[in-house]
Write a protein that binds this ligand. Structure first.
Ligand SMILES: Nc1ncnc2c1ncn2[C@@H]1O[C@H](COP(=O)(O)OP(=O)(O)OP(=O)(O)O)[C@@H](O)[C@H]1O
Ligand SMILES: [Mg+2]
Length: 382
């Protein structure tokens, strides 16, 4: 399955947006819980004040009640001194005060009950506000994780996706290479060998008919076998030059250039700067393949008279420069051909260099020749 990075990014973005709005909502809850706490606190304070006032009133009334009772006792004891009216008045006064007292005590009770109730809900409200605040900070953390780490994840998946694409094109390039080798064997050694068998049969017949001609025929047969042997050696060398494993990059390039010179009517110049040494196998193979591809392109496409290969071995880095004075080409329009008939050479170069974390620049223009520059980082083998 192909990972669609855009879809993944959208999912993460949407999730972040949803959490962001939840965070806001929770924030509002915390906010209104706090406001509610303040309101309830104010109400409680008000009730406390009321209770204080009522308590004061109650104690004042208690004093008044005591007085009224004493007065009532006095008037009711002393019939002679006080009139019936006075007694009635004192009695009513005492009763009124008692009634007020009962009412005030009732009010005090109600206020206390209300206060206790409000204090309980204040406590609950504070809990809610606290929990909402905690949630806001937790959601904030989740958001941070989502927007930082997960956006990193989509990048990582993106890289993975690139690697997958790279793997696919490497496999394709390998398949191309196999096709090329098969074609070379089919057109070269396989044809020659069929020819050799036919000629050998002809020699056998000739031996019976005209033995004098056999010698000449055998000589040309020998020539054909030599040629096929050379073809086979070349194919083997192209597949994997043993000298590359045995002696290293520079000898392998030198050996390759010897053949290259004899096969192509071209001036070939090789300049080496720095000390010859062994490198990591993967680097030696990559550098060799890139140079080989660049030179094959010169042979196939450039119609050049002169090609220069410069190799610079400096600490931690190998620089290679290949320049021909051929026809050049337009870099922008260059793409692998869709029919699979080729055009993978430059792509393969780029991929090898990317894998080894090096760099490549190709500059070319029609009629101006081509310059291939690449560098690869060196790992110390010593
Ligand atoms: N040195 C060069 N001089 C002129 N043209 C070049 C040179 N190198 C590359 N090209 C042009 O760039 C094209 C792409 O090169 P590339 O190596 O990718 O493919 P190819 O050589 O055509 O096929 P393949 O390498 O897969 O066998 C070539 O077809 C050719 O037109
Ligand atoms: Mg090529």
């Amino acid at each position: 399955m192909e990972i669609d990075i855009k879809v993944l990014d959208n999912i993460i973005k949407e999730t972040v947006a949803v959490i962001e709005s939840s965070k806001e909502q929770i924030y509002h809850i915390a906010e209104s819980a706090l406001l509610e706490c303040q309101r309830v606190e104010a109400e409680i304070n008000q009730i406390k004040n009321q209770v204080a006032v009522v308590i004061k009133q109650v104690s004042q009334l208690e004093v008044a009640e005591r007085k009224a009772r004493i007065r009532l006792m006095e008037v009711s004891k002393d019939f002679h001194r006080f009139a019936e009216n006075d007694i009635k008045e004192a009695y009513e006064q005492a009763q009124l005060i008692q009634l007020k007292l009962v009412m005030l005590r009732e009010e005090e009770k109600t206020l206390r009950f209300k206060r206790d109730h409000l204090e309980l809900s204040l406590k609950r409200m504070r809990d809610t506000a606290e929990r909402a605040e905690k949630l806001v900070s937790q959601v904030g953390m989740a958001l941070q994780f989502l927007s930082n780490d997960l956006s990193g994840l989509s990048q990582k998946l993106g890289n993975l996706h690139d690697m997958q694409q790279l793997g696919i094109s490497i496999i394709r390039a390998q398949e191309e290479e196999r096709k090329r080798v098969a074609r070379e064997i089919h057109d070269g050694p396989a044809q020659s060998m069929a020819n050799i068998v036919m000629r050998a049969e002809f020699c056998l017949k000739l031996l019976e008919i005209n033995p004098g001609l056999v010698r000449g025929e055998l000589l040309s047969l020998q020539q054909l076998v030599r040629q096929s042997l050379q073809d086979v050696r070349k194919i083997i060398f192209d597949l994997r030059p043993m000298v590359l494993d045995d002696l290293g990059l520079v000898p392998a390039i030198k050996r390759y250039l010897e053949d290259y010179k004899t096969q192509n009517n071209m001036q070939v110049e090789f300049v080496l700067m720095g000390k010859e040494q062994r490198f990591d196998t993967s680097l030696e193979v990559a550098a060799f393949r890139i140079i080989q591809e660049a030179l094959t392109n010169v042979k196939k496409h450039a119609h050049a008279r002169h090609v220069v290969i410069k190799m610079e071995l400096i600490p931690k880095r190998i620089n290679v420069y290949i320049k021909d004075d051929g026809c050049g080409f337009c870099m922008e329009t260059q793409k692998p051909r869709r029919d699979g008939s080729g055009g993978y050479g430059l792509l393969g170069m780029k991929e090898r260099i990317q894998l080894l974390k090096g760099g490549l620049t190709i500059s070319s223009a029609p009629g101006k020749g081509t310059e291939v520059n690449f560098w690869l980082p060196l790992n110390d083998l010593s």
